[in-house]
Design a protein around this ligand. Structure first.
Ligand code: GLC
Length: 697
């Protein structure tokens, strides 16, 4: 539509909505500002649990955690055919990495460094969400995270804001498509605004505190990108930032998000967050909490009933004005109109939503590409012999492959490692050896017996799905339970026979001993419903691994936070000078650098050069000297000099991929906005400084 038409359309729309607001009672307005869960995962039922009467009376105007065409149509029918004002419901759910078809966790998917793939999985998730009658998903999660102790790093796009921003754009496009009213589009909800990943000591729900410079350089960019991509909703974080809870943060929600970044959508709180302003100690009662949130620009109160029960009192005590309530109601009704809910509240919802061959194919492709080959001594992989001893508690654990936010994904729809390997025609004997997280070693002996007759020993180790995700911080980052003891016993028993580790986790693990003793290590994260087939595709060589890690792997918890974008400091490490930045008991460098990931090729970069222009065109020649076709990922970093303030040693400014046959050559071109002032350009396969080509510009 032409700009004038859009303005006219918007003006007519707002007038229509204003007429509706003018008819609403206070209770009906507050119902539109309330989102209640159809199940009560955390806080237990509210004063007014979801009921047909609460929907019919307009006391509850939005729901979460209800999906399926039948249930959603039934509850929507009550809202639009039996309530006084017939206002349709927002219906939200967490489809963080898939709805029915579960894709790899976001931390793994980020490692594809492929925005088209990120968009494709969101698009398919949106189709399945819409099919399930949903019109909102609480995704993408855009919290930059540099602390693997934090369980929600699993949900994040990793440690870097440039990656997080590209992820934000791709996911917003994927979920919302070009037409938010489309029958396969849902409102995205970018979360958790902002800097949740910087929680103190990596402990879940702890405070955050930082400079405005750090906030703007690291944590804000992905949300800026989501707003620029048109994200329709944003969820503030549970946390407080420098003493102000995000749910009541007038400066960051009003001045920065709405005024500076131009966000015009709906702000929906996290679960029960308004009521938790009392725990934060900034509100004395529910009325004060509700008033603080409303003045900060919060539109929807998820699961604390603070708006419904607190705002009437807040009005009486002149803590808020009716105009502020109306402004929030208006934004919610505009979103419902943009979703096409007034025109056809039943436009979403079909009874045949399921995992299909097509969706599985996408899950297998993305799953395969998310796997990160961390180590491959003597090119032990791909497997050259068919007889495997498969040992470990995660070999036959299909349900765990969903990761911590499996959402509507079903365990029975997931392919575990054993099934994947046997489907690939391998001869497999299996013993778990130990459980995931107990000290019981009684199964180790029988597991060791499998080693004698095997060509290769495959260890499937790592975390259970719920050891990462929300409320799952860990202070130690080794293998849980007695898995390290199992691994050590296998290394002893193997007697030089190849031992390959497939490592499942929602975070980088600090496992230097496991890595040093294994011949090969494949980081599988949680690869989703096609996990077993994806892992078999890589282990057998059907597909060359191409995944990279979107987060640095620490050698020790004591190194955390560890990330490539550090500032140089006045005494950067110099091995010849004791009085420079270092530890006395561990190297400064990570166990594996951001971007690390091996392939079955053998790539070399050369001839880095820059062609002038705006943007600059950065070119590098790439050769695959290996005997197998493979795909290389190449990163472009910048170090800005004398910029008035200290700049990170490396700032990621671009990435690209190039697939080459054996012994083939190619040239990769990346673009870069001309830097201000002097700078050093770095190009290479990861943030490992020893692997980079550089050029002064
Ligand atoms: C949870 C999470 C948030 C999620 C919401 C609804 O507590 O913090 O990410 O979207 O509640 O499930």
């Amino acid at each position: 539509m032409k700009k004038r038409t859009i303005r006219l359309h918007c003006r007519e729309l707002v007038e229509q909505i204003n007429r509706l607001i003018a008819q609403m009672t206070l209770a009906e307005k507050l119902g539109q500002l309330t989102m209640t869960a159809a199940d009560y995962a955390v806080t237990g039922p509210l004063i007014t649990p979801v009921s047909e009467d609460a929907i019919r009376s307009g006391a509850i105007g939005n729901l979460l955690n209800l999906y399926g065409a039948g249930p959603t149509h039934r509850i929507q029918k009550i809202a639009v055919e039996e309530s006084r004002l017939r206002i349709p419901l927002l219906l939200g759910f967490d489809a963080l990495h898939g709805q029915r078809t579960v894709f790899p966790i976001p931390l793994a998917e980020a490692g594809l460094f492929d925005p088209a793939a990120w968009e494709a999985t969101a698009r398919l998730a949106a189709e399945e969400c819409a099919g399930d009658g949903l019109n909102m998903t609480f995704a993408p999660m855009l919290d930059v995270s540099r602390d693997p102790r934090w369980g929600r790093i699993a949900e994040s796009p990793g440690e870097d804001p440039f990656v997080g921003s590209a992820f934000a754009r791709a996911k917003t496009r994927g979920f919302q498509s070009a037409d938010l009213a489309g029958t396969n589009a849902v409102s995205a909800c970018a979360k958790h605004y902002v800097a949740y990943g910087a929680i103190n000591a990596g402990r879940e729900y702890a405070s955050t505190d930082m400079s405005e410079a750090m906030l703007r350089e690291v944590y804000l960019p992905p949300f800026r990108a989501a707003v620029e991509a048109g994200v329709a909703a944003i969820m503030p974080a549970f946390t407080d930032l420098s003493g102000i809870p995000m749910t009541a943060h007038v400066h960051l929600l009003q001045n920065v998000l709405r005024e500076e970044l131009g966000f015009e959508g709906v702000l929906v709180t996290d679960y029960h967050a308004i009521a938790e302003l009392l725990n934060h100690g900034v509100a004395g009662d529910l009325a004060e909490a509700a008033a603080l949130a409303l003045k900060a620009g919060i539109d929807i109160d998820m699961m604390s009933d603070a708006y419904r029960l607190g705002l009437p009192q807040a009005l009486q005590r002149n803590l808020v004005a009716m105009e502020e309530i109306d402004a929030a109601v208006r934004r919610v009704l505009v979103l419902k109109e943009r979703l096409g809910l007034f025109a056809d509240p039943y436009r979403r919802g079909r009874s045949d939503v399921s995992v299909t061959a097509q969706s599985r194919a996408l899950a297998r492709d993305v799953g395969t590409r998310s796997l990160v080959l961390l180590k491959n001594d003597a090119n032990i992989l791909p497997l050259a012999a068919p007889k495997l001893a498969v040992i470990g508690p995660l070999a036959d654990a299909g349900g765990e492959m969903r990761g911590p936010w499996g959402g509507a994904g079903r365990s029975e729809d997931c392919v575990g490692v054993l099934q994947g390997l046997t489907d690939a025609g391998l001869i497999v004997r299996h013993a778990p050896g130990v459980a995931i997280d107990t000290g019981d070693l009684s199964g180790v002996a029988s597991a060791l017996e499998l080693c004698a007759d095997a060509d290769v020993i495959l260890l499937c180790l790592g975390e259970a799905a719920l050891m990462s995700g929300e409320a799952a911080s860990r202070a130690y980052l080794g293998l849980p339970g007695a898995q390290q003891e199992l691994a050590d016993a296998v290394f002893e028993k193997a007697g030089g026979k190849p031992v390959v580790v497939v490592l499942f986790s929602g975070r980088p693990l600090a496992v230097p001993s496991l890595v040093s003793r294994a011949h090969a290590v494949l980081a599988a994260w949680f690869p989703g419903c096609e996990a077993g087939h994806a892992i078999a595709d890589v282990l057998t060589g059907k597909v060359s691994p191409s995944g990279r890690t979107a987060v640095s792997w620490p050698r020790a918890v004591g190194q955390i936070p560890i990330f490539f974008g550090e500032r140089p400091g006045g005494r950067p490490f110099n091995p010849k000078d004791h009085f420079t930045s270092h530890y006395s008991d561990v190297e400064n460098t990570p166990l594996f650098a951001f971007g690390h990931g091996l392939t079955y090729g053998d790539f070399a970069l050369s001839n880095l050069r820059v062609e002038p222009g705006n943007p600059l065109r950065v070119k590098v020649d790439v050769e695959n000297r290996g005997a197998r076709a493979a795909e290389e990922t190449v990163f472009l970093f910048l170090n800005q000099k004398c910029a008035g303030v200290t700049r990170p040693v490396l700032e990621l400014k671009g990435f690209g991929r190039i697939a080459l046959a054996a012994n083939a050559r190619g040239t990769l071109t990346l673009t870069l906005p001309p830097p201000e002032g002097r700078a050093e350009l770095f190009v290479g396969p990861s943030a490992d400084l020893t692997s980079l080509l550089s050029l002064s510009i």
